[in-house]
Design a protein around this ligand. Structure first.
Ligand SMILES: Cc1cc2nc3c(=O)[nH]c(=O)nc-3n(C[C@H](O)[C@H](O)[C@H](O)COP(=O)(O)O)c2cc1C
Length: 211
């Protein structure tokens, strides 16, 4: 494995230029710019991000989620709150998000408080299958048999057809209210560029960090 790993390139160029002096005052504007660049560069699922949370003893866990919206308030994602991340966020409403757009050598890191809100509107916009799986519930609990899953999802699907307005009771929207957002641009010569924004007394400050 070691040989295999060592033979793989990382941050292979050419990578785009990023002049930190041109970074806007608002990190959300920079995020929107970089996000559009990721789409143009053909990144698959540029809206997939890693959400990291901690449990009661401070032990972290991370998983990939889809970014559902970016508003003035922050980065939004949707999930059933009965599972692990829901329990962890109920205890410690803080999280980190990580995006990595490989063809551009760009990483964005977000850290902030998480606010939870009703997820009905998001739930009703989901596909029938996605609603059925969420309604079948039990996410992150042990599954003994795939037949049990198939039966539960099938019965939930029939319910979705009978009651098109039904919403999984634990479906929520989480918003990471960024208090620290870092933009990382890889550089072919390893002189990577890091611009970190921090929200201080309601206003954004920014500075560069050593790579
Ligand atoms: C590309 C991708 C997108 C995903 N999107 C979501 C999502 O939007 N919401 C969600 O709850 N889980 C999503 N998942 C599943 C999560 O990674 C995770 O398995 C699940 O939410 C259970 O996490 P937990 O046990 O930590 O609560 C996605 C997984 C992948 C690979």
């Amino acid at each position: 494995m070691r040989e295999l790993l060592r033979a793989l390139p990382s941050l292979a160029g050419p990578l785009p230029a990023f002049d930190p002096a041109t970074a806007p005052e608002d990190p959300l504007a920079l995020f929107a710019d970089w996000f559009e660049a990721a789409i143009e560069a053909g990144v698959r699922e540029p809206h997939a991000m890693t959400l990291s949370t901690v449990d009661e003893s401070g032990r972290p866990s991370a998983r990939v989620l889809i970014l559902k919206d970016l508003t003035e308030e922050g980065f939004q994602f949707a999930f059933g709150s009965a599972g692990r991340k829901g329990k962890e966020l109920a205890h410690t409403p803080w999280a980190a998000l990580t995006f990595y757009w490989s063809p551009l050598g760009r990483q964005v890191r977000v850290r902030g408080r998480v606010e939870l809100a009703d997820g009905s509107r998001d739930f009703l916009a989901r596909s029938e299958s996605a609603r059925a799986v969420a309604l079948a519930g039990k996410q992150s609990t042990p599954l003994a048999d795939r037949a049990e899953l198939a039966a539960a999802v099938e019965s939930a699907r029939e319910r979705v057809r009978r009651e098109p307005d039904v919403v999984a009771p634990d479906w929520v929207i989480g918003t990471v209210v960024g208090e620290e957002i870092e933009f990382w641009q890889g550089n072919d010569e390893r002189r990577h560029i890091r611009v970190q924004y921090r929200r201080v007394a309601g206003a954004w400050t920014k500075e560069q960090l050593w790579p």
